[in-house]
Design a binder for this molecule. Structure first.
Ligand code: TYD
Ligand code: MG
Length: 449
């Protein structure tokens, strides 16, 4: 018997209320409550009875069953491949390349001789065929199925018996038990729960595409993130060709890894050495206002170029603009530069940019930002063979950074000659690369300028 609970759900955060309200008391959004009816799955009880408790040591370890997706970058983010019976959510802005990535994965797994069902609620088989043709995907184990009704998909799954299912996208799927429109909170939640049940019951891995709203949340709220096993986000600037795949949640691995791809005319290409990709046209130039910084993306070091432009303000209020670094962090660094080193930045416009559209969130890039700003302000170039790292304190001290050895060895690999690092314990010895330790901003500037 199904139990029905009518009420209003906020479409932003999933908050429930019995009567309609103009403003969500959960997240404060206006006019987001929609009436919905939630039906609980009918076969719930019988499934619950099938399972019995058993000692953990008797449960077999199935990690060796992980399947490669044919893309090393994706495998790494997943923690070494797809675990059978896992539900993986791939989120991202529309047009970023989610369908492309999954079609390539489906093709690779199909070519390895495993059956794949690609369910699309957004594209017709002809459109998928066109894209597959461009991507060079032609596997006879790959089945496409244009469908938005999840029960119909379920029937076909039983017939086709695939090893991997791709559902593109969750916002277009619906269950007829639930009366609200596809993409609404209860449909998304209901469909996800249904997919999760299949995945676990039949040991089939499921990739689900989820579109992200402009607030940066998976539309048809966060409830989905809690339910699935793995949450991946596909990021990148629409106008740039590179894309970053980031793990946000992973029940079978770490979330520290990222995968880097480049969108080309024939689909997504893996970028095995991202640093050389981002530094492509740096080539050790000696130009004022630029410096290379090793940042960490998960467990991988990534060398990026930070550029700054400082020029006198022509209007009353100085402009501060940043891309790829935190605006407030730059304001703080400029204040430290002004106070501790006496650089009069107060009446200058300042622009800071990270080349290639990368985003840096870690404070280890502080010293790099400070150097780039000062270099532009003084019109003095920093030697192009130098990389810098270190967190900047308010008193002008340089604080230690994590994973120093990885950052340094990556710089050495790419042919840099000198590393300016914070004074800290356990400084690694790296062959030809010279490391210079600094304790304060002033020391660092004496070394560089
Ligand atoms: P798509 O996978 O449809 O995005 P999503 O499913 O996330 O909405 O990607 C569409 C974009 O990718 C589109 O703007 C064109 C571009 N693209 C290429 O540049 N090369 C290709 O080979 C393909 C298939 C797409
Ligand atoms: Mg798509």
């Amino acid at each position: 018997m199904s139990t029905k609970k009518p009420g209003y759900y906020c479409q932003e955060c999933g908050h429930f209320t019995a009567r309609w309200m103009g403003r969500c008391s959960g997240c404060g959004a206006w006019n987001t409550y929609v009436e919905e009816v939630v039906a609980s799955p009918r076969n719930h009880r019988s499934i619950e009875r099938q399972v019995e408790p058993r000692p953990l040591i008797e449960v077999p370890l199935v990690d060796s069953d992980r399947r490669s997706t044919g893309m090393a970058e994706l495998d790494r983010v997943l923690g070494g491949g797809v675990v059978p019976g896992s539900l993986i959510l791939l989120g991202g802005d529309p047009g970023i390349g989610k369908s492309t990535l999954l079609l390539q994965v489906a093709g690779a797994i199909g070519s390895a001789g495993h059956r794949v069902l690609y369910v699309s609620g957004e594209e017709s088989p002809h459109q998928i065929k066109l894209r597959a043709d461009r991507l060079g995907v032609n596997s006879d184990e790959l089945y496409v199925y244009p469908q938005t009704n999840l029960e119909a998909v379920e029937e076909q799954v039983a017939k086709v018996n695939p090893l991997l299912i791709v559902v593109d996208s969750i916002q277009t799927m619906y269950i007829s038990d639930i009366t609200s429109a596809p993409g609404s909170v209860s449909q998304v939640r209901g469909c996800t729960a249904r997919l999760m049940q299949w995945a676990k019951k039949q040991s089939v891995s499921v990739f689900v595409v989820g579109h992200v709203t402009k607030e940066g949340m998976i539309a048809g709220p966060r409830v989905m993130e809690h339910m699935v096993d793995v949450v991946l986000y596909f990021e990148g600037e629409r106008h740039q060709t590179f894309r970053i795949l980031r793990g946000v949640k992973n029940r079978f691995g770490s979330t520290n890894e990222i995968g880097v791809f480049e969108m080309s005319g024939i689909g997504l290409q893996e970028v095995a050495n991202p640093s050389s990709f981002f530094l492509m046209d740096h080539a050790f130039r000696n130009v004022a206002g630029t410096v290379v910084v090793p940042t960490m993306e998960g467990t991988r070091p990534l060398l990026v170029e930070i550029q700054a432009l400082v020029c006198p303000t022509s209007f009353g209020t100085p402009r501060r603009m940043t891309a790829g670094v935190d605006h407030n962090r730059v304001a703080l660094i400029m204040a430290v530069l002004e106070k501790r080193l006496g650089l009069m930045l107060g009446n200058c416009d300042a622009y800071v940019n990270v080349v290639g559209g990368v985003r840096i969130d870690e404070p280890a890039a502080d010293l790099g930002i400070a150097m780039a700003l000062a270099s532009s302000f003084r019109e003095r170039a920093i030697d192009g063979r130098v990389v810098v790292m270190g967190e900047l304190g308010l008193t002008g001290e340089i604080r230690p950074v994590t994973a120093l050895d990885k950052r340094i060895s990556q710089a050495a690999q790419l042919g840099f000659g000198c590393c300016i690092v914070p004074r800290q314990k356990g400084l690694p010895e790296i062959g030809e690369l010279e490391t210079k330790e600094v304790a304060t901003l002033a020391e660092a500037f004496d070394l560089v300028f």
